[in-house]
Design a binder for this molecule. Structure first.
Ligand code: AMP
Length: 588
């Protein structure tokens, strides 16, 4: 069936020859050792992300090239050359040093799209500290849970975000010693410090201490079906994959202007909003404001963006605005469009051709993989609706779980779980402090991604859905357990079950089913109160958009809420196997 969808053939001519000219040849030739040799390494041996991303360029002919062009939401435009970025991240590293923040300490960032984010990340890596980004649309509770889990020693944020989201939970974070405010001019609230004076007092010279390529560099938080969020650990060696995939999957070339629209609080914002473009020595655009179709098109035109990395929700929002938003603009600089985070519908690929004369190239990866694993490539045929084929250096398979482990499915077009052969440099090294959950991701020599997919006979992978109950809303992964736990804190709530309800724009929105405690009536007023209650705790990006009251929720005999059944009922789908449903005589 899938192979009958219209394909977009290999391009016949290129303005710039793609880095990956021939898929089979590139795979045959590729090795991670070779990819590592494309980087410099620290002068005394070892590997540090900040050296590869900035310092080696600052010491080369790229010194005066713009590394970051920041577009402020009130119209400011600020350029950071590689030379300036090296010096200012040195200052940041020295400021951290003055506070005693050093190797292995976790520095959290709760920041909008500001260059301070890049300085904090680079400064942390230079000192050997661990950079942990948070989503600024989170409410206090998800922030507290992640900082507690990661043992945050320091946080860098803004005054407004601190007041609204961190001050209310500060007492619950006894390990948090330092809060640095990037925008407080000396007048920082108690328990915080203005970064400005610290920064001004710090030297802009710094020598990166010895760094082993397996040293911890990043904690990226992600969600599972049950339990607390998980902190995926990534090491300095990940930069090898960021650099290689930046070149091969995003086709970054010397001199390019690159725009990644991802939020800095999620993994794409670090891997492709900071590390990959800088490691490739290109100019990255950092746009502070939120999505606005006309402004986005103006940025592509004015900044002469060559390579654009965005997400399906944004593309669907552009599609709503119509092809006219792109027409009439001079977008000749644009060469490569790509998308990640959710399934990219074939219509969106085709819309790219209509609006920009270029198709969107879908690619697939996740927090645990650290970098792009499966992609549609610039020089290769595109199968709209497919995520593409594994990168050179990546072996992917479709497997089925068996009693004793897993078994690869070799026949084409058969659905199973997407699995990857471990060993690429940006693979997570485990969930922080949680070896049990880490171990559950591996079986039979494979890393199991939790995604269902199939592979066609030519090796293109097609996304089918998640194997678990996590929700994807506007590209953000949301754990139902976290939302249910917040609802259960309300005095009226006896039970809560949370699902992803399909949505034409955001892919899914969070919907909660709630059973009330005796004495509470399912009124419209209570529904509104519960939405407001969860928005305040969780933040608007995570809180349920809809709440339905139900006298009781379906549970398994072992007491687990059957979200699958809630979802099937919501969508009018067959209920599937309900033999374990509590209260059924035939329950197993
Ligand atoms: P995250 O770890 O938050 O980056 O989310 C990763 C998950 O997003 C994957 O496991 C998939 O379920 C989904 N995802 C990412 N990229 C794609 C894609 N190109 N097509 C379909 N789903 C995707």
């Amino acid at each position: 069936m899938r192979e009958t969808r219209p394909r977009i053939g290999k391009p016949r001519a290129f303005a710039v020859a793609p880095n990956l000219a021939d898929y089979a040849a590139a795979r045959a030739r590729f090795s991670w050792d070779e990819a590592r040799r494309a980087l410099a390494g620290l002068p005394g041996g070892g590997l540090n992300i900040a050296h590869e991303a900035v310092d080696r360029h600052a010491a080369s002919a790229l010194r005066d090239r713009v590394a970051i062009r920041w577009l402020g939401k009130h119209g400011a435009v600020v350029d950071y050359t590689y030379g300036r970025l090296a010096a200012e991240s040195n200052r940041f590293a020295n400021a951290l040093g003055a506070l005693g923040v050093g190797k292995g300490d976790r520095l959290f960032a709760l920041l909008p799209r500001l260059p301070a984010l890049h300085l904090a990340a680079l400064g942390a890596w230079k000192r050997g500290a661990v950079f942990c980004p948070l989503f600024s649309a989170f409410g206090p509770e998800p922030i507290r849970a992640r900082m507690a889990l990661g043992g945050a020693r320091a946080l860098v944020t803004t005054l407004a975000l601190y007041r609204k989201k961190v001050a209310p939970i500060r007492d619950a974070l006894p390990a948090l010693e330092h809060v640095l405010l990037v925008d407080a001019d000396g007048a920082a609230p108690p328990g915080t410090r203005a970064l400005g004076p610290l920064f001004a007092a710090a030297s802009d010279a710094f020598t990166i201490p010895p760094t082993d390529r397996e040293d911890l560099a990043l904690l990226h938080f992600t969600s599972g079906t049950t339990g607390a969020p998980k902190g995926a650990m990534h090491v300095h060696d990940a930069v090898v994959a960021h650099h290689a995939t930046g070149r091969l999957a995003l086709d970054l070339h010397d001199g390019d202007v690159f725009w990644c629209t991802a939020d800095p609080g999620w993994v794409t914002g670090t891997s492709y909003g900071i590390i990959a473009p800088l490691a490739c020595g290109v100019t990255l655009i950092l746009d502070e404001a939120e999505f606005e179709a006309e402004r986005w098109m103006a940025i592509l035109e004015r900044e002469r963006v060559n390579v654009w990395y965005t997400a399906p929700t944004a593309i669907r929002m552009l599609m709503r605005a119509g092809v006219e938003v792109a027409r009439g603009r001079d977008l000749r600089a644009l060469r490569f469009l790509s998308s990640v985070g959710e399934p990219l519908n074939p219509e969106a690929v085709a819309w790219g051709v209509e609006a920009f004369g270029l198709p969107f190239h879908d690619n697939w990866w996740q927090t645990e993989t650290g970098g792009i694993m499966i992609a549609n490539f610039a020089a290769e045929e595109i199968r709209p609706g497919s995520m593409g084929r594994p990168l050179p250096g990546i072996d992917a398979a479709i497997v089925r779980r068996t009693d004793g482990g897993v078994e690869p499915i070799d026949e084409p077009d058969v659905e199973g779980e997407l699995a990857l052969a471990p060993g690429w440099p940006s693979m997570f090294r485990g969930y922080f402090g949680d070896p049990t959950r880490t171990a559950r991701c591996f079986a039979g020599g494979w890393y199991l991604t939790g995604d269902l997919a199939c592979r066609d006979r030519d090796g293109y992978f097609w996304f089918v859905g998640r194997a678990d109950d996590v929700i994807k809303s506007a590209g953000h992964l949301i754990g139902p357990f976290e939302v249910e736990s917040a609802l259960l804190e309300h005095p009226a709530v006896a039970e809560a079950g949370v699902i992803g309800k399909p949505d034409p724009l955001a892919m899914e929105v969070v919907k909660a089913f709630v059973a009330l405690k005796p004495g509470f009536a399912p009124t419209e007023e209570l529904r509104r109160e519960l939405i407001a209650f969860s928005r305040q705790r969780l933040g608007p990006a995570v809180a349920p958009r809809e709440i339905a009251f139900s006298p009781s929720l379906p549970r398994t005999r072992s007491g687990k809420i059957m979200r699958r059944l809630l979802r099937a009922r919501e969508l009018g789908l067959p209920e599937g196997d309900v033999s374990t449903l509590e209260g059924r005589d035939d329950a197993a």
